[in-house]
Design a binder for this molecule. Structure first.
Ligand code: DX5
Ligand code: ZN
Length: 235
């Protein structure tokens, strides 16, 4: 059993939009490791949510590292603004038709952790050419755009393949995160599949006691964690 601490990231998308600064502080007080922010452009996904100014607001409101998920067709047009706003990690989708390697390198050159996200239908191999440039891979377990959807558990199978490839090229430190439908019930399965970081929106912001919810989720995931995803292989 690997005693690795599992990172838990509340997703601000599930917070009351009338009280976003309070929601940032609530996550910090509750013991979150980082805060996840979902920025959407209404084009890559059908919904529109936050922009760079909300990242700036979160930077002022709390001390948590800001983990920014760009659901943008043109992430290269906005990465600078998100970095200037205070992001600690910038993740964009591998499905975009852009020079992906150059953007990952530009994010890293700005002193920010770069990462790629892949949708449930996208094969693991899509991120393989870029793994050495990434600090984190975000494996979506719902089609992005909306919170509160049930997890597509079949997408978890890709994690073990990504981990194997990362190890093969000497990127053993790569973080692999899951986003979409993470609850106290599904968190162990994510960790058993090899995920070391979990994004959770509805299940944490909807909890009566977020601190207890984070503690319980982290403990349940840590107990199930299998770095190689061997527990879940074949599922
Ligand atoms: C979906 C977002 C998620 C969302 C997850 O497009 O990327 O971060 O907030 O919400 P839940 O945890 O409710 O599935
Ligand atoms: Zn997200």
């Amino acid at each position: 059993m690997n005693p690795r601490r599992i990172q838990i990231l509340p997703s601000l998308l599930a917070a009351d939009t009338g009280h976003l600064a309070d929601a940032c502080r609530r996550a910090e007080t509750a013991g979150a490791d980082e805060l996840h922010l979902d920025l959407m452009d209404g084009h890559f996904v059908p919904n529109i949510s936050f922009g760079p100014d909300i990242v700036k607001m979160a930077r002022r409101a709390c001390g948590l590292p800001l983990n920014v998920h760009l659901m943008f067709t043109h992430p290269d047009r906005y990465a600078d603004r998100v970095i200037a706003a205070g992001a600690a990690t910038v993740l964009f989708h591998v499905e975009v038709e852009r020079p992906i390697a150059a953007l990952l390198d530009a994010i890293r050159a700005a002193g920010v952790r770069p990462g790629l996200t892949l949708n449930p239908a996208t094969p693991a191999e899509a991120v393989f050419p870029y793994l050495d440039r990434c600090g984190q891979i975000l494996c979506m377990t719902v089609d992005p755009g909306y919170g509160g959807q049930p997890m597509i558990t079949g997408a978890l199978r890709k994690i073990a393949a990504i981990r194997r490839q990362a190890d093969a090229i000497g990127c053993g430190d790569l973080s692999i995160m899951v986003d979409g439908g993470v609850t106290i019930a599904t968190a162990p399965r994510c960790a058993a599949s090899g995920a070391d970081a979990l994004v959770a929106g509805s299940s944490l912001y909807g909890a009566a006691d977020m601190a207890a919810a984070i503690r319980d989720m982290r403990a349940a995931a840590a107990a199930a964690y299998d770095r190689d995803g061997a527990v879940s292989s074949g599922q």
